[in-house]
Design a protein. Structure first.
Length: 449
């Protein structure tokens, strides 16, 4: 077990006097149950209620008797109900009992002192016409794959983890942090894979863990699909998405199939709900608001870069290279940066976006864009000379501000450069391992200039 940074967010939730029951969301196998179990150490009493295993004597449908239900739960788990405010009730696999999600509202209204967290496998597929989430009565946080900082903690690289938090990063830490990030890119951020690597320090033995993960997702397909045809399409998408990851895709005939656009779109939306994939849509705007264009082809991202490496057969190439930007036409570097951009974002609304300009004989594409302090900041993932950043220059010519970011294999530095049209702007060059700390470095740069 290793510390996850979301625990700090959970502590803030615990200390908030206006706290509401928390619904913790995330893909299967990213560590939701483990995180809450670790967080429970901040309480005097902890009740772990797994609705997949609990007997049916607990009635989650009689909303008028929430006080009696609470008394029953405390009695069954031999806990002191007089100590409500120092008790964490974790309802796991909450989707297994109809009405349990709606009961969260009554915990909030009738027993506000009790700390309640709920989570569940495939929870997003249970949120349909029969299952209603009590809007305004619950809070949401999302747990994603392990971040680079958490990866360092898992490897007991405490000094590297500490160095990563310092702003600005010290030059002498660069080589070691870059090598560690290379390993992180290769392995990915699935907790079970990381635990296995920490225990064995053998990359060759991770294959079985990756296989087990993908089989567990495929076994869940029947729960995703509303009919047999959709089940078959979802199964096809899961098995081929790792080969298409990093590409802009079309729904029609996805993965060399005969499936139509509408049915592939529905299947992908289902997989996006359970967070196995992410459809990253482009924007054509260079000024806020940042609005994705759903009419344009999205770029496909999968849950984890390590799984992508394994199933696409890229592990050997990654082991041998010194620059991850050279692997798979730069798609692996781009994918792990996207993963890092979201790894420390716990808001369900956080999404990735990229920028395109599509004109006859004049196409430009910037890897990522982010909205920050009323401007849209372009982020290019690319090594090499600054003069080769043609798409980034095109974006800067089209926007009103003069600030951009490049993420690459070099050290932290600040450049003043000009586009071919003569516009000068500031380029913040961040090494790969600082991809998850972009906002902090933007603040630092603004104070430094």
């Amino acid at each position: 077990m290793f510390k996850r940074d979301i625990i700090d967010e959970l502590i803030k939730w615990k200390n908030n006097p206006g706290r509401k029951p928390l619904l913790l969301r995330g893909a299967r196998q990213v560590g939701k149950t483990t995180v809450v179990n670790m967080f429970s150490e901040h309480y005097e009493q902890y009740i772990y209620l797994n609705l997949e295993l609990t007997d049916n004597s607990l009635d989650f449908t009689d909303y008028g008797r929430v006080e009696q239900l609470t008394q029953q739960i405390f009695f069954l788990f031999n806990k002191d109900i007089a100590n409500l405010k120092n008790t964490l009730l974790f309802i796991d696999e909450i989707q297994e009992v109809p009405g349990a999600l709606n009961m969260l509202r009554y915990f909030y209204e009738k027993i506000p002192s009790l700390n309640v967290i709920a989570a569940g496998s495939l929870l997003e597929t249970a949120i349909n016409g029969q299952t209603k989430i009590p809007v305004g009565r619950v809070e949401y946080k999302i747990l994603r794959t392990v971040s680079f900082h958490e990866f360092l903690l898992a490897l007991n690289e405490d000094q590297a983890a500490k160095a990563l938090k310092e702003i600005p990063i010290k030059d002498f830490t660069h080589s070691k942090l870059l090598n560690l990030f290379h390993t992180y890119t290769l392995i990915g951020g699935m907790p079970e894979v990381i635990r296995h690597y920490v225990a064995n320090k053998n990359l060759l033995t991770l294959g079985e863990v990756y296989q087990s993960l993908i089989y567990s997702y495929i076994e869940d397909v029947e729960k995703y699909g509303r009919n047999n045809n959709l089940v078959q399409i979802i199964r096809h998408i899961i098995s081929t998405s790792f080969l298409e990851a990093g590409n802009r895709i079309k729904f029609q005939g996805f993965g060399n199939s005969n499936y139509g656009s509408r049915e592939v779109s529905e299947a992908m939306q289902t997989l996006q709900k359970v967070m196995l994939i992410q459809l990253v849509y482009p924007t054509t705007s260079t000024a806020v608001p940042l609005l994705p264009d759903k009419k344009k082809s999205p770029r496909l991202h999968v849950l984890d870069t390590g799984m992508l490496n394994f199933f696409a057969g890229l592990q050997k190439e990654l082991i041998l290279t010194k620059d991850i930007d050279t692997v798979y036409k730069g798609k692996i570097a781009e994918h792990i940066v996207g993963q890092e951009l979201l790894a420390t974002k716990y808001n369900i609304l956080n999404e990735l976006h990229f920028w395109v300009r599509e004109k006859p004989n004049s196409t430009a594409e910037v890897d990522f864009v982010m909205s920050y302090n009323s401007i849209i900041i372009p982020i290019e993932v690319k090594s090499g000379a600054t003069g080769t950043l043609k798409s980034l220059h095109a974006f800067m010519d089209a926007t009103t501000h003069a600030f951009a970011i490049r993420i690459y294999g070099g050290q932290l530095k600040i450049d003043k450069i000009s586009t071919s049209n003569g516009k000068e702007y500031t380029l913040l060059n961040l090494p790969f391992y600082l991809a998850g700390r972009i906002e902090e470095y933007i603040d630092w740069l603004q104070k430094s200039l």
